[in-house]
Design a protein around this ligand. Structure first.
Ligand SMILES: Cc1ncc(COP(=O)(O)O)c(C=O)c1O
Length: 430
């Protein structure tokens, strides 16, 4: 590894100032940018950010391809065989997804463009439908912004929302959630696994109580499905949001499971004008995406348990290697309570932005990809971590296609950049 590598700030970081149309795309291609002769040939693009998105599994791609070519019919235009074929595969996919989330046989799966839309539909849809019954929602401080922002929007429109705090490990206490319930509470929304620290939340304990008290329980299960045990019926969850691109499926497709034969008795539509999805989510079905989502779920059903074990071992190996080679590593959250691939840590005195810009060939992040411009994690802030620890937080997300070699490479690169930054600081040049 040459020391020149640490001095180079790849030009892609400077190009963001230009309009997108003027950018040279090759600067962003991880497979090409490192052919820069100043960089060591040892550099190899390594993706280890599976919380942001996951690569498409080739088996999922294979299932989708016929629906991008020969079987292009519109699933809602069933007056001909083209449409009927598409309609049938969409119905089969619905069934696969319903079983994947442990939904009841007469539950409804609504297809959406992803978990952001599913969360918006669940929260705003329920708030609108039940406005005459109550206008209070309970959620947590560590939800994804696609839960928090609709809640904030509702607060500006006559609703009130309780944002339950979490422990220093990033866990919500079920008793705190239950204590927040009021006479006028219509919905409780708690995520399955957090997208920054990976902590798995106690849904069953919460669900049992919400069911007894008669309000709806929604879970944004986007990051936890397939990575930890989940069963909507056993956990008393009435609505479940999911997204294909966190499950080695395609981007731009997701679903909302609703535990009711007729979801229009629970939700008000938020997208209108096409009558698809029983009028609850209008718009032509993304048939290839839906087929891919179902195949992705099926693969988790078949291989999930084994995969979790392998990923946990890789995660533990990465953690040990980083702790062994770098001083001042602190784990954020609780690995014992997290999904297997999650590793969020801070390195004392090293701002994550300074580190990340020197290892652009490694796909890791400092906070959630959709964390907004401030860049500082609302999740780590809710865990009351000191600001310096938040600013040096790194989120690794080990996934299906990571290997021992990736762990070795990432450790070596992170360690060498940390050493370099610390040496610059010691000489007063950083
Ligand atoms: C917990 C969680 N919820 C929702 C989303 C949004 O998912 P999508 O990208 O499918 O809109 C994400 C994506 O990062 C997430 O991590």
């Amino acid at each position: 590894m040459t020391s020149a590598m640490h001095r180079i700030k790849p030009s892609l970081f400077r190009t963001f100032a230009k309009p997108a149309a003027e950018l040279d795309l090759s600067l962003f291609d991880p497979l090409r940018v490192y052919s820069n002769p100043e960089l060591s040939t040892e550099v190899r693009p390594t993706y280890i950010d599976n919380f942001a998105t996951t690569p498409l599994d080739p088996r999922v791609l294979k299932s989708m391809l016929p629906f991008l070519t020969d079987h292009f019919g519109n699933a809602a235009a069933v007056s001909n065989a083209f449409g009927q074929y598409a309609h049938t595969v969409v119905e089969q996919a619905r069934d696969t997804i319903r079983r994947f989330v442990g939904g009841q046989t007469d539950g409804t799966v609504l297809f959406t463009s992803g978990a952001t839309e599913s969360n918006n539909l669940a929260i705003r849809g329920i708030a609108e439908f039940w406005a005459d019954v109550g206008r209070h929602i309970v959620t947590t401080q560590i939800e994804h912004k696609s839960v928090l922002e609709p809640c904030r929007w509702l607060e500006r429109h006559g609703y009130s929302v309780t944002y339950v705090p979490v422990s220093k490990e990033g866990m919500v206490d079920p008793d705190d959630v239950i204590r927040s319930i009021r006479e006028d509470t219509i919905l409780v929304s708690v995520m399955l696994a957090n997208n920054e620290v990976g902590t798995i939340q106690p849904l069953k304990e919460i669900g049992r109580q919400t069911r007894e008290r008669g309000m709806l329980f929604h879970s944004d299960a986007t990051q936890g499905l397939g990575k930890t045990e989940f069963d909507a019926q056993l956990m008393f969850v009435d609505l479940v949001s999911l997204s294909a691109h966190k499950l080695y499926g395609p981007k731009g497709v997701g679903a909302l499971y609703v535990a009711a034969p007729d979801a229009s008795n629970i939700l008000a539509p938020q997208t209108m004008g096409g009558y698809q999805e029983w009028g609850l989510r209008s718009g032509t079905h993304n048939v290839p995406g839906i087929v891919g989502l179902a195949r992705a779920c099926e693969l988790f059903g078949q291989e999930g348990a084994k995969e979790r074990q392998r990923i946990r071992e890789l995660r533990d190996a990465l953690r040990s290697a980083l702790e062994r080679t770098i001083d001042g590593v602190r784990i954020n959250g609780s690995l014992a309570a997290a999904i297997p691939g999650a590793l969020n840590l801070s390195i004392a005195g090293i701002r994550s932005s300074a580190l990340l810009e020197r290892i652009p060939e490694i796909g890791i992040s400092s906070a959630a990809a959709c964390g907004g411009k401030s860049g500082e994690s609302h999740v780590l802030a809710a865990m009351r971590l000191p600001i310096a620890q938040i600013r040096s937080a790194l989120r690794f997300g080990i996934g299906r296609f990571n290997t021992e070699e990736d762990v070795e490479y990432v450790t070596q690169r992170v360690e060498s950049v940390v050493r370099w930054i610390r040496s610059q600081k010691a000489f007063g040049t950083a």
